[in-house]
Design a binder for this molecule. Sequence first.
Ligand SMILES: N[C@@H](CCC(=O)N[C@@H](CS)C(=O)NCC(=O)O)C(=O)O
Length: 213
Amino acid sequence: MLTVWGRATSSNVQAVMWTIGELGLAHVRHDLGHVHGGLDTPEYKAMNPNGLVPTVRDGDGAPMWESAAIVRYLAAKYGDETFWPRDPDARVRLDMWAEWIKTTFGPHFGGQVFWPLIGRPLAGGPEALAEAIEALKPLARMLDARIGAGPYLAGEHLSFADMIVGVQLYRYYTLDFDRARTPALDAYYARLCARPAYREHAMVSYDSLRIAP
Ligand SMILES: N[C@@H](CCC(=O)N[C@@H](CS)C(=O)NCC(=O)O)C(=O)O
């Protein structure tokens, strides 16, 4: 039995929960963070010194944090060969995109587009937001080129890397802003939206995160 601490509205929790859903793993999740609080207690800090979500324990195992590391753990332990290729050469072709979305696309989209659009303006105001939206376009085109005909990052079968990459797309596609033309990425997102586990765990409203002006 997996225990997950973290609110359903956190995209990092969503990556973990979507993985759990795709792999059909028994779990219990406790809402923590944002309006639920609970991250500053000594008990929680002892599990996750960052005071952030998600944190996961697998049975009596030691607590784990960092969502992408948790996704990789679950994939390696419970996923089949297609979900977690054992061959390092095959795996790195996927993992580099998982790293890229966490370190390149994600911080730019999250910090400079998503949060400003839901009420946390950039220091540079609307001009800075317009620049950030423009700067996101080449990144979206890169991902579009990588996805190609797909259907998934690894081709025919869903893999751990889709969990880390695809989870970002619900917010990307549901916010109202000027996106790059990315037909392959659009089709990939449509395929994810057809998956019950993605709908349940990744397509979670962010209305409660909106900051009133
Ligand atoms: N790199 C970490 C980031 C964790 C993180 O920033 N979590 C956010 C939610 S997405 C958080 O805990 N925010 C404080 C809160 O929810 O109160 C990961 O991927 O797990």
